[in-house]
Design a protein around this ligand. Structure first.
Ligand code: PHE
Length: 451
């Protein structure tokens, strides 16, 4: 199909699409409150270590596997070691993980889409500045039976439309437009937030290191966050890796993505906390920070509040969109390759399935809250699966495959573009991929299960 070249058109296109995948709710919704909770600057130091020495190495590994094999995850592992086809199971695990992450992601993205609407129509602004009505509103919204499902479906359709556009015309072009928009929106919010009276307290909260709050749980959270934020450990970057042009420098590409992703997370913290402190609200809002505390903050900015709350939720939606696109793309490409069908069939199939699961997870917060698995609601169960079990396990399998199973010649060849690049960092990359990353992942996976 002429409109669906299975490759990004340029290095910039590849970087934009992968940054689009990486920058998402993880950066803007999850990073700020997690960082605040586990000691600000102390968490940030550990997080940076994980991001650059673990996450980036995993991203390079996935890119190498994808580009070398020119296949989607299951077949990629098998093609690189045809005599040990069992490794394809790691690819399968990645795809299963992508599916569950997408279904859960759609729930949060649906809320975000709903909040864009509520911000534009002034419903959020009409709630005033006291805490109770705003958090009651969120509880009502998220536990309602049809409203979250409706917005979830609207968001899913947007994702599907982009995927149907193809790799270059859909994913790459949309990312090239939306990523700069996202940066502008976040900068506008940072300027507003940092120029409010007393803003420095928020900066202090985010950056001054409090090591007493950095518990073992905090270290695990930093690792989980680094995997999630860089979109590694779920096969997505293997699929995107297969679209990276052959002459792109994989090391540099992965570093650019990692730096951009981290900067956006920090900027999100700077857009949120100074405003929260300046308006005198509680920064320890946890997962509800964005939906329950921020509307308060915007409402206390007077009439400009509507503009800023619309900008904020739009930013969150844009970020979520390009991430969800990468998840649906991984699923679409994989199923189309296995069934030998065109992309449309795969895309529509997984659009229907993930929307359906998303709606079920969403209902498990309201009408289906009595349905429990091992004492947890369906949403909490999938959240546990997606944060503790699946991604670290898949990441571990991937890096062990790259370090110990895949022929070294193939790895070196991809890292250096067939000997064209000097491969200055190859030795360090290989050492990290063979020893440091697997051990770190194993420790974290085991302690995650025991906790
Ligand atoms: N990285 C995305 C975020 O930070 C989430 C994501 C995970 C996207 C895995 C794709 C694959 O929100």
């Amino acid at each position: 199909m002429s409109t669906q070249q299975k490759s990004f058109s340029s290095n910039l296109g590849a970087i934009m699409a992968a940054v689009g995948s990486a920058v998402g709710l993880g950066n803007i919704w999850r990073f700020p409150y997690t960082c605040g909770k586990y000691g600000g600057g102390a968490f940030l130091i550990v997080y940076l270590g994980f991001v650059f020495f673990l996450g980036a190495v995993l991203m390079m590994s996935e890119f190498i596997i994808g580009r070398r094999a020119q296949h989607t995850p299951v077949k990629a592992f098998q093609a690189l070691r045809p005599d040990r086809k069992g490794w394809g199971l790691i690819g399968l695990l990645g795809i299963v993980t992508s599916f569950f992450i997408l279904s859960q992601y759609l729930v949060l993205s649906g809320w975000t889409t709903g909040y864009v609407w509520e911000a534009i129509t002034g419903s959020l602004a009409s709630l005033g500045t006291s805490a109770a009505p705003i958090s009651d509103y969120f509880t009502q919204f998220s536990t309602d039976s049809w409203k979250p499902a409706l917005f979830l479906a609207i968001f899913s359709v947007l994702v599907l439309l982009v995927i149907l556009g193809g790799v270059q015309k859909g994913i790459e072009n949309v990312s090239k437009v939306l990523m700069p928009v996202l940066v502008v929106l976040i900068l506008v919010l940072c300027v507003r937030s940092l120029t409010l009276p007393g803003a420095y307290k928020g900066v202090e909260y985010l950056f001054s290191p409090d090591f007493s709050k950095l518990t073992g749980e905090g270290i695990l959270a930093a690792l989980g966050q680094s995997l999630f934020s860089l979109s590694v450990g779920m096969g997505v970057m293997i699929v995107y890796g297969s679209y990276i042009p052959v002459n792109d420098n994989i090391f540099k590409t992965a570093m650019w993505i990692t730096v951009c992703d981290t900067l956006i997370a920090v900027l999100a913290g700077l857009a949120i906390f100074p405003a929260v402190f300046s308006c005198g609200f509680d920064p320890a809002g946890g997962p509800g920070l964005v939906f329950c505390v921020l509307p308060n903050v915007f409402n206390s900015m007077g009439s400009a509040g509507i503009v800023f709350s619309t900008i904020f939720f739009l930013l969150l939606m844009v970020a979520a969109l390009t991430s969800a696109i990468s998840l649906l793309e991984a699923l679409t490409a994989t199923i189309s390759e296995h069934l030998g069908t065109c992309r449309v069939v795969g895309a529509v199939l997984f659009f229907i399935l993930s929307t359906l699961f998303g709606v079920i997870f969403s209902l498990s917060m309201g009408p289906l809250s009595h349905v429990k698995l091992a004492g947890l609601t369906l949403f909490d169960s999938v959240d546990r699966l997606n944060s503790i079990y699946l991604p670290p396990l898949c990441a571990l399998g991937t890096v062990v495959f790259l370090g110990w199973v895949m022929p070294e010649h193939d790895v070196h060849d991809e890292f250096t573009n067939h000997g064209v690049l000097s491969g200055r960092f190859y030795g360090m990359f290989r050492f990290l991929a063979r020893y440091v990353v697997p051990v770190a992942l194993l420790v974290v996976f085991v302690s995650g299960i025991l906790m």
